[in-house]
Design a protein around this ligand. Sequence first.
Ligand code: NZQ
Ligand code: ZN
Length: 382
Amino acid sequence: MNNFEFYNPTQIVFGKGQIEKLKDLIPTDKKILMIFGGGSIKNNGVYDQVKKSLMDHTLFEFGGIESNPKYETAIKAIELARAEKIDYLLAVGGGSVIDATKFISAAINFDGDAWDIPSKNATFENPLPFGTVLTLPATGSEMNCFSVMSKGSDKLGFGNPSLFPKFSILDPQVTYTLSEKQLGNGLVDAFVHTTEQYLTKDVNTPLQDRIAEGILQTLVEEADKVIHIKEDYESRANFMWSATMALNGLIGSGVVHDWATHMIGHELTALHGIDHGRSLAVVLPSLLRELKEQKKVKLLQFAQRVWGIEGGTPDERIEKAIVCMEDFFNKVGVPTKLKVYKITEDDLPTIVSALRSHIPANLGEAQNIDQDMVLRILKRAL
Ligand code: NZQ
Ligand code: ZN
């Protein structure tokens, strides 16, 4: 096992009706800015629940954070927060709203061009404290200190230990209004967060591996109910907690990380508007096929423990496992081929060079995924 430090201060408040606890989670002397997206929370009652719980607090609002949150919109929220001397932020939404809130928290007391925070890893001071009410299980942003922001065709991630939410409220009932498409995206995102930290180099981490396998198996087992039964509390609860556990640092401690699927996927989102989860479902199967020798030990373990594959040569077992994974993505309504998005071979060089301009170094756990390999991975995904 590799050396590691594990730090996660986010308080999780999980279960039915927990939004009413907001009033106890934020001190009453705080001036709060509630940040939300395009309006889903007004249609499903979450907005009303938040307002009711915080009726004795001073509460301002900023709506309109888009999916793949835009820098320019976050800057408008910062202007409002500065003008009103806000000292606490509350994100109510999915990963995009939470990520934008993290950026607002980091940038509010930053002198200069705030885009330097994601683009140049600029240091910032005195971030605002914030909490979240999660409405979409997927990103894990509710219990980690990372954020992904977009400006033009740049989609960049950043992170800082000062950007963990103080608390996150996870009420699985608020997921009942999610579309099948968003549920499928969320299942795939959580699945791929897990594989990015599990299907890498074996460094003898049986506990982390078994937790990762538990997350993958739970997602696979619950997926059918999650997608097809609208108000099944238990399956939504298991999905929601799995997605949080997939990217809160626990399974990533002491193991070797990959993240190449995410980095390539971000370019597909930035250049072709493909939803985050959908971008990953296209890249991961091809990446695993391309790197099957390097990832052999873990891929064989994945085949046996997650999919129960026993017979055949190692190569056959690995291929079967990748096919099982593709079937799973397709079953939850998420395609695994670029052609669905009308992306052809001619589009690939632009994607590869955009990636190289954002991340000049090679990708992957062995830092051997260079431009040529990215191109091969994308060609396999056509
Ligand atoms: O904007 P509203 O109206 O709220 O609608 C949203 C949005 O259209 C809707 N939605 C959310 N909760 C709902 C709901 N609709 C009905 N009922 C509900 N309960 O769903 C749509 C998608 O929301 P969004 O927040 O964009 O999705 P997601 O949570 O998948 O977040 C995606 C973003 O997170 C980043 C992605 O790159 C992308 O920008 N990621 C962040 C990570 C992190 N911070 O650790 C890691 C991830 O790998 C990922 O990169
Ligand atoms: Zn992701």
